[in-house]
Every structure is written in C-alpha cells, then in structure tokens.
Design a binder for this molecule. Structure first.
Ligand code: PHE
Length: 447
C-alpha cells in the first residue's frame, strides 16, 4: 500500500480544517437561526457552547485522528480493537451523507445567484425585488435541482482527485479575501440609517426569549460550525505530522470561526433593521438581505459577485470534507478506488438531496413534525446526530485512550501546560457528556 499522504505544510492542515469549519454554518445558518431565536441571547449561548464544548471536542477529534493516523472508522478500530466504537465513525459517515444532501441545496443557491449577478439580472432592483427574484428562483424545481447538481459535481471532482493540494493553496488567498470583504460589508451595514437596532439585536441578550429549544439549537449550531461530532476532524488530523501543535490549531480555528460568525451577524442584522426586513425570515435571510447591502456600496454589484465567489469557495471547502470522510473510509486510501467511489457516493447524495431542494417549491407542503423536508434534514443533523456523535466522542476519549498518552500527543509541538491539559480533560470527561445529555433530554421534556 502506498504511504499515506501528509499535508504539505503546517498551514495546509489549518487551512483545510478551517476550510471545513468555516462555511455555510457561520455565514448562512448562524444569522437565520439567531434571527429566529431572538438574537443576542442566542449568540451568547452559542459562544459559550463553542468554548466549553466545541473547542474541547475539536481537540478530542484531533487527538484521536493523530494518534491513530487512519480514517474515520479505522481510527476507532485501531485505538479500541475488538469493540463497537468504530460505529462512531460509521455514524459520522451517515451524518455527513445527510448533511451534504441538504448543504448542497444552499450551495446551489449561491451558484444561481452568482449566475444572475454576473449576467446582470440583479442590476437596479429594490430590496423587495431581490427577495421576489430569489424566491421565484429557488421554488423553480428545474433550476434548484440543477444548481444543486452543479455544486455536488464541483465537490466530487475535487475529492476524486485526492487530498486537496490545489485547495490548500487556493485557501491561502480566498479565506483572507473573504474576511476583508466581510469587514467592508460590516462597515457599510453598521453605518446605514437605523442600523443601531440591528447591532443591539445581535449584541444585547434578551433571555426572555430563551427556551430549551433555543439552547439545543445553539448547541447544535456550535457543533455544526466547527464540524465536530462527525469525525471529519479525525480524518483530517490523521494526515498530520507529529510536529504540529494540536491545541494551537484548534484555538485558531475556533477564533476564526467566532470572528466570522460575528462578522456575518454584524453584516446582516443592521441591514435587516435598516431596511425593515424580517429577522426570522428563515433560510432565505442572507440571500434576501445581502444584495441590498451591497447595492448601497460603490461598485456594489462587483463586490457582490466577489463575495459570492468567496462564499461559494467557503461552502465548497466544507462540502469537500463531508464527502472526503465517506470516500476515505470506503476507498481505504487506495487512489484507484477513490475516483470511482467519489462519483458513486457523490451522486447518491445528490439523488437523496433532491427532495430537500424541492421543499422550497413543489414539495413545500409536505411536512413532518411541522417541518419541511429540508428543515427536517437540517434539524436531524444539527440537533440530533451531531450532538449524539459529539457525546460518543466525549465518552470515547477518556474511556479508551490513556491519559498519559493523550497528554503526550497534545504536548507534541506545543509544550502544552499540564493545567490546561487537565482542564481540557475535565471538560471532555465530565462537562461535555453531562451537558449534551442534559440539553437533549431537556428538549424532550424529561426535566
Ligand atoms: N462546519 C461546516 C459549516 O459550517 C459544516 C460541517 C459540519 C462540515 C460537519 C463538515 C462536518 O459550514
């Protein structure tokens, strides 16, 4: 068997892992979920979960991956041979499958907006008209499924070619560019007339709106944006040389993520209030609001196009990680099989995702538990499967890995202080399982 590939550089791994983390979760999902859950309080709870659960779990996945140096399923097998723990990896594959099936719907929306912007179809519209055009586009069955397919095809092509060398390179430019554009956007948004109300909405917590459902969604959102609970980060860190600091990588990914979430919130909500739009508009929120903000900038359409390109790229780097984890298990690192399986699995995901795409149009009336097919797929992944996956990972680490070996693993390349290590271990061993279980049972009304 050929030697396992490794990341070509230290920054390569961080970019790929950050690429998986930063995507639709921070940019598209956070604003609309926060909008539906009253803003500030949700934001605060989300940050807390990210720090006390998300960050420790990210580090847990990193240590599993680098200790075992294998794919999402075999890593658990190597560390705990002869047990059923590898089912955690299988669960991650199933979660990724469902995740990409609806993620690609939103990816497709970016593609179609990009097409419309480039061909001048969005020039000179009012904010109501943007929403109208967008609504009509995504409810069109042919268009929404076609663009979803385009997004999946882009994902398949990159994953089929192996560890994403070119992508590493591209991220070095694209990610910083995305940050810069976002900052520009925030400056424009917060200086709009009537923007203050939006800033208050995001930054001033109003706990009267918090329910057990809000808390569950904030927890799910923190797992979603960091890509934890799916063993994607186990897979990515398995390619990592021992010389690199895992804690430092995890912290920089979390910091970037929180920063992007904040920027996305500060770009969207001031504009929502300034233009008298609806913060609880749901999945279409970002797509309805952003073109209006861009139209208030000089050369707005050009900036909007640049933004969409970078946004698409951010979504794709997350999508790669979802397909990658499945393909790397099934093809067992054999490059000959990688291409074939990338296509088979990618297309299967596309087919399973069609109902989600259609749920913004012809299948919009089909609901279960009051949710459309798309919402149900999203809810199942974010608020059921990711928490369960995370819970299992939090149990796996202290139960199946030796504490001294873990310390050695985390210390490599970082000189991690014992006290910090103990804090992390405590969070993983006690806080994470108890808190995740509590939040999930609370929503079921057990307490
Ligand atoms: N973190 C990604 C995002 O925010 C989504 C993701 C979740 C990717 C889980 C991989 C695994 O868009």
């Amino acid at each position: 068997m050929s030697q396992r590939e490794q990341w070509s550089s230290k920054i390569g791994f961080i970019l790929a892992a950050a690429g998986s983390a930063i995507g639709l979760g921070a940019i598209w999902k956070f604003p609309y979920i926060a909008g539906e859950n009253g803003g500030g309080a949700f934001f605060l709870i989300f940050i807390l979960f990210t720090l006390i659960l998300g960050l420790p779990l990210l580090l847990a996945e990193f240590s599993i991956g680098r200790t075992a140096g294998s794919n999402a399923v075999d890593s658990y097998r190597k560390i705990a041979p002869g047990t059923k723990w590898h089912w955690v990896g299988v669960l991650g594959m199933v979660t990724s499958f469902i995740l990409l099936s609806f993620y690609s719907v939103i990816g497709g929306w970016i593609v179609v907006y990009l097409f419309k912007a480039v061909t001048g179809q969005l020039n000179g519209l009012s904010s109501d008209q943007y929403a109208e055009v967008f609504g009509a586009t995504i409810s069109n069955p042919g268009i929404s499924v076609f663009v979803q397919l385009l997004f999946i095809l882009m994902t398949i092509i990159v994953v089929a070619k192996g560890i994403e060398k070119g992508i590493e390179l591209a991220s070095k430019i694209m990610m910083p560019a995305l940050f810069i554009l976002f900052i520009l956007l925030v400056i424009r948004a917060v200086t709009l007339d009537g923007a203050a109300e939006g800033v208050t909405f995001l930054l001033q917590p109003d706990f009267s709106k918090v329910t057990s459902q809000t808390i569950l969604e904030a927890m799910g959102q923190s797992f979603f944006t960091l890509s934890v609970g799916v063993s994607v980060m186990v897979t990515y860190s398995s390619y990592l040389p021992k010389t690199q600091s895992l804690p430092r990588s995890a912290i920089s990914i979390v910091a970037m993520n929180i920063f992007i979430v904040l920027l996305a919130g500060l770009a969207i909500f001031p504009a929502v209030f300034a233009f008298d739009l609806e913060p609880g508009a749901g999945p279409v929120l970002l797509f309805n609001v952003l073109p209006t903000v861009f139209s208030q900038l000089p050369f707005g359409m050009l900036f909007f196009i640049a933004f969409l390109v970078l946004f698409l790229f951010a979504a794709l780097t997350s999508a790669f990680s979802m397909l990658e984890i499945i393909v790397s298990v099934i093809s067992k690192g054999d490059p000959g099989k990688r291409t074939k399986w990338s296509w088979i699995i990618g297309l299967a995901i596309f087919v399973c995702g069609i109902p989600s795409a259609l749920s913004f149009g012809v299948l919009g009336d089909i609901t279960l538990f009051g949710k459309t097919i798309f919402d149900l797929a999203d809810f199942t992944v974010s608020n059921v499967l990711l928490p369960i996956g995370s819970l299992l990972i939090a149990l796996f680490v202290p139960l199946k890995m030796k504490k001294t070996a873990l310390y050695d693993e985390l210390k490599q390349g970082s000189g991690l202080k014992r006290g910090l290590f103990e804090t992390w271990f405590f969070l993983i061993r006690f806080v994470a399982p108890v808190l995740i279980l509590f939040v999930m049972l609370d929503v079921l009304g057990v307490f």
